[in-house]
Design a protein around this ligand. Structure first.
Ligand SMILES: NC(=O)c1ccc[n+]([C@@H]2O[C@H](COP(=O)([O-])OP(=O)(O)OC[C@H]3O[C@@H](n4cnc5c(N)ncnc54)[C@H](O)[C@@H]3O)[C@@H](O)[C@H]2O)c1
Length: 330
């Protein structure tokens, strides 16, 4: 089996490519390198180009007519940038995805596995969500994902396209073999701030301690990137059975319980020698309880559950952080 991975030189796409390799699926990478690393495409079928460029797509399918599905990871993903430059985000994530789908259909490729997000849900009182929860994107970035899902569903209803949207929550960790990982130095979520606090010795601020969670701190759904990648392999292998008679569907990839900020700190301190201290602080403007997936659709349809713990994810993030500069410089 051979699959095209757009954005396959990025954090998640490159990890999916490694998981595919290990499962005997041949990945073909298309990446413009707008943020991705050429290094992550090395040793693979790699095409430098844009997902909207029909000539490149025709060339890829001409040279690899046995590609049976596409994993569509390519996107711009920085939430604050999307607020500052929404036009660029809608162009990159929505308009170019529309062009990509046209190129795929023209080349007879109708299976699309889409990298979507759990960040566009409106969380319930306790922060839990399932695939039917209300969608209320809080940033142009998150809305581009919601718009894409709707656009793909409409197209799938009237064409041979079939779409499975995998809604990721908060990916952490790195390829356990440290072949790839985050390009940026720190994750943007609380784990990044924890790593920073660990490096500087400053206390970590628990902002908001009066939420309706187990311990009052906010909640997120940290998921090891290798677990995410494994879910892609399963979804690719069983794509037609998963879609069944539907034309498109969405699946949350989360833990089922989430991790509070205090639990994240405890997990962090379980893997480092010098523990990070914390200080309680009030909620900051705009802070929200967060969200975690309570859905078991991934278990039912993909027979998938996370295998890695949050502590594993933190340990792999730290291991990647230690080798990141040398791997990327190599
Ligand atoms: N990282 C997260 O926290 C997270 C959470 C939920 C969903 N996602 C989604 O997962 C996907 C991958 O995210 P990531 O964290 O690996 O980001 P990333 O920035 O590491 O990877 C994105 C890749 O897409 C490439 N790319 C962007 N626009 C392109 C274009 N027009 N043509 C070709 N290549 C292009 C970039 O060069 C990069 O290699 C994205 O779609 C993102 O929205 C990420």
């Amino acid at each position: 089996m051979k699959v095209l991975i757009t954005g396959g030189a990025g954090f998640i796409g490159s990890t999916v490519a490694s998981a595919c390799d290990e499962a005997g699926i041949t990945p073909v990478i298309l990446d413009s390198l707008v943020t991705g690393q050429r290094k992550f495409g090395r040793g693979r079928h790699f095409y430098e180009g844009d997902i909207a460029d029909g000539t490149v797509l025709d060339k890829i399918f001409g040279e690899h007519p046995d590609i049976t599905a596409v994993v569509h990871c390519a996107a711009l993903i920085v939430v604050p940038d999307s607020v500052l430059d929404p036009v660029r985000y809608y162009e990159a994530n929505v308009a170019k995805s529309l062009e990509l789908v046209q190129h795929l259909l023209r080349n007879g490729c109708s299976r699309l596995l889409f990298s979507s997000t759990g960040s566009f849900y409106q969380p319930g009182v306790d922060g839990s969500v399932n695939e039917d929860s209300a969608i209320a994107p809080e940033s142009p970035y998150a809305r581009t994902k919601a718009v894409c899902e709707g656009m793909f569903a409409d197209i799938a209803a009237g064409t041979p396209l079939r779409v499975v949207s995998l809604r990721y929550f908060n990916p952490i960790g790195a390829d356990p073999q440290l072949r790839t990982g985050l390009q940026t130095r720190y994750p943007t979520h609380a784990l990044g701030k924890l790593i920073e606090a660990h490096e500087t010795g400053e206390p970590f601020q628990v902002t908001g301690t009066d939420y309706a969670t187990r311990d009052g701190s906010g909640i997120r759904d940290y998921i090891h990137v290798w677990d995410l990648a494994s879910a892609h392999v399963t979804a690719l292998t069983a794509f037609d059975q998963i879609v069944g008679h539907a034309t498109s569907l969405a699946i949350n990839l989360g833990t089922g319980t989430g991790t509070t900020v205090r639990e994240l700190v405890a997990a962090f301190n379980s893997v480092v020698e010098e523990p990070v201290t914390t200080v309680d602080a009030p909620r900051r403007p705009g802070d929200v309880i967060g969200a975690f997936s309570r859905s078991d659709r991934a278990k039912q349809l993909l027979d998938w559950e996370p295998r890695y713990t949050v502590a594993d994810g933190i340990a792999d993030s730290l291991r990647w952080s230690a080798v990141r500069d040398s791997v990327l410089a190599d």
